[in-house]
Design a protein around this ligand. Sequence first.
Ligand SMILES: C[S@@+](CC[C@H](N)C(=O)[O-])C[C@H]1O[C@@H](n2cnc3c(N)ncnc32)[C@H](O)[C@@H]1O
Length: 258
Amino acid sequence: MTGLGLTSTERARTTAELSATQREVKQHYAAVARGAQTGCSVERGCGLPLNVANLLEGETVLDLGCGGGTEAIQAAQYVGPSGFVYGLDMTDEMLAVARKRAAQQHLDNLSFLEGMIEHIPLASHSVDVVISNCVLNLCDDKKAALTDALRVLVVGGRFVIADIVALKPGLPVQMRKDAAMIIGCSNDVLELDDYLRLLDQVGFVDAHINPYRTFSFDYIQQKAAERSYTTLLAELDADLVDNALAAAYVFGNKAQTR
Ligand SMILES: C[S@@+](CC[C@H](N)C(=O)[O-])C[C@H]1O[C@@H](n2cnc3c(N)ncnc32)[C@H](O)[C@@H]1O
């Protein structure tokens, strides 16, 4: 199964082709995995996608941006020996943490792949469920990521992820980005309606988004202090950003006819 990961030549090419944002995100999470960066921990997801994914025994699951492997390992336990889980991440250091944890659990229905979620190194129609915890908001090309997630899903497959969305339309873009950085160490988030439009545009059906927790200005202030983002905080208008962003579950299916 590990043969499905990228070859060293492909890895070198992929790394060289990273956008400035992707390089920044990768460096950040490499430092997080090494314990050198404490702002956003290895465990820093924005939700519990497995609580809403309804995984079944025997299913094949893909965890986009698996980080230290928390969800992928749990998913491997849910789908059991007749199922299989792929954890995909671009950061070697995170994958090393994930592999070490999986080895400690003696799971052999789980494989961690190095690669980009915008170019998933898996065959089309090979996955029953795509999960992810707080990663899409880190992508600068969310359309590419969603398109490739749909590609790898089997007909009738499910996309069930936790992400951060903007609830207040018209929040100035820079303020949205700054608040997203403080809350989720993320470079930008989509407005809820734009997210739904994008899911529809790439071909998901039954797309819906359930925000389950908004972030108050008090919370943003607290996170800014913890993560040393006081300069960013100073740029924010308290009333505008108060409860403007939310953690949400995002759902979509691959149509039966596709
Ligand atoms: C916020 S952490 C989330 C980790 C894990 N899902 C969790 O909840 O603990 C984000 C992870 O996504 C990975 N990541 C971010 N953008 C990515 C991309 N475009 N392709 C692959 N991995 C990516 C990072 O390397 C990092 O490990």
